[in-house]
Design a protein around this ligand. Sequence first.
Ligand SMILES: Cc1cc2nc3c(=O)[nH]c(=O)nc-3n(C[C@H](O)[C@H](O)[C@H](O)COP(=O)(O)OP(=O)(O)OC[C@H]3O[C@@H](n4cnc5c(N)ncnc54)[C@H](O)[C@@H]3O)c2cc1C
Ligand code: SF4
Length: 545
Amino acid sequence: MSTQPNSYADENLPEGAVVDGETLTRSFDDAFDVVIVGSGAAGAAAAHTLTAAGLSVGIVEEGPWMKTRDLAKDVHTAFGRVMRQSGMQVLGGRAYMPMLQGRCVGGSTLVNSAIAWRIPEDVVDDWSARFGLGASITMRELEPHFDALERDLSVREVDPAVFGENNRLFVEQASRHGFEAAPMRRYDRGCKGSGLCLTGCPNGAKQGMSVTYVPWSLARGARIFTSCAVDSVQIVGGRAVAVLARSASGHLVTVRARHAVLVAASTVQSPNILRRSGIRARALGRHFQAHPGLAIGGLFPTTNRPIEMAFGATQGAESTHFRTSDRFKLETISLPPDLAGARIPGVGRELAERLSQLAHVAVWAAQVRAEAEGVVTSGLGGGDRVSYTLTKRDLEAARKACTLIARMLFEAGAREVWPGIHGVPSVLRSIDDVRHLENAPLDPRSYNFIATHLFGAARMGTDPGSSVVDTDFQVHGVTGLHVVDSSVFPTNLGVNPQHSIMAMSRLAAVRVAERATRSSLGRAVARGESARKYAKTLDGAVTAA
Ligand SMILES: Cc1cc2nc3c(=O)[nH]c(=O)nc-3n(C[C@H](O)[C@H](O)[C@H](O)COP(=O)(O)OP(=O)(O)OC[C@H]3O[C@@H](n4cnc5c(N)ncnc54)[C@H](O)[C@@H]3O)c2cc1C
Ligand code: SF4
């Protein structure tokens, strides 16, 4: 490994562990056992597993490393630094839909709410029945990975001390309404309830990848190339041999892979990296799915106890009661004032009055398990484009969720509800007004959806005609080229995806480690070296899982 001074004066990281593409002054060439593209949920989990198996790992990340001390608290500055296209990325189709993705070390885990959900068993059964993943992707295979993730990343229920009124009110109201809601389980080591998860945790409490698996992997000898955008994977003789990237300072960065390249750049970026690498699978870019989310605000009387969204876990309570029956999940979300402000109806004096009562606003949301499928393509100039239009049934599910939330807000005591749906009054003043929502238009242009949970576009399957990767996460027909993020998921889940993405990525990494160690073992035995040393490394990989 060639060395480069660690430009992050971060005392805890080994010298040379970070190569900063913003300050690189020349082209750079390096080599590792495994090279990973992307340092988000999927990439970081794989890096941690592979380094545990004793393999050398290089991670190439397009975005910068934003340390906890450098995080901005206002949405405009924070999104400008850590979100792809400063948070202005959209899905195209019949309606534009904002799509948020982190573009920094840690990827979207830096800006997400840290909600951890194991993949539901019915989803795994469906993948087995409809996509032939049965023998390879099973609950039994995944469970040890979930266990390890929960230990490593301190998954636990939101502490009652930081539950906050927005969350408390939701759980209470759900129970009155006759269904179960509960505190969320999150990656949390000491959440202080600052409600700032969306701009990055200022307390280092949220266990995102930039404060956990990335630095832990570097401490075990991995190296990360930050601000280096991967253009393509070099494939020679049907084998992935290197990753070709460009640093933010404009230099070519070539990172060679002795055993494997793992693409973990997310559902939108990974398919286009494969395309630029010459992969021509028919299914590539197809079957993109999402959980479009929408939020509804309720204004409570100022005589009530304040809700104060600024205090409490950003997202702290949820219900999966309607996940299979109606294809939506209910959640609370505390929006910072600069985002909440954008959703408050009215102008002039009326708006000013509502803004002055922000402490009495609650926001509850729904994530729809949409059946719609979109297509990821490469736009003019090489950017990523997604075309995605919700179906009538998806809109019916969204409308039903909004109607339920509005009803719950009124029943909890709200004096106004703000649905934010075109074609419905912007302010509902009583529970009778909820009828307007029941008849809301079934037109995607009417709704304020946001997409943050993304799936598909490089599907896993046994048939190269209808999938992109095989059941070992390897691109059909290319040795050593793996995709390990949710691009490979044949469907969406109906629950928050980070935990399942990381468990799948760990599973992939263990399989890559087994193969790599076996081939090292083969070479070592051919050289007459001790087989025991390599077998021990392999055991380590499996135990780590
Ligand atoms: C606001 C928000 C809130 C969310 N809340 C939750 C939640 O509470 N719970 C949950 O389960 N899920 C949540 N999610 C979704 C979850 O964060 C993502 O599903 C998950 O992080 C995706 O993992 P990934 O590794 O595929 O992608 P990411 O985590 O997005 O990481 C991909 C990384 O690849 C990098 N990359 C992309 N292209 C290139 C390239 N060409 N070269 C080099 N690097 C590249 C990106 O910069 C990025 O760092 C949320 C998402 C958002 C945006
Ligand atoms: S609510 Fe605040 S302290 Fe808790 S994890 Fe989110 S940002 Fe960190």
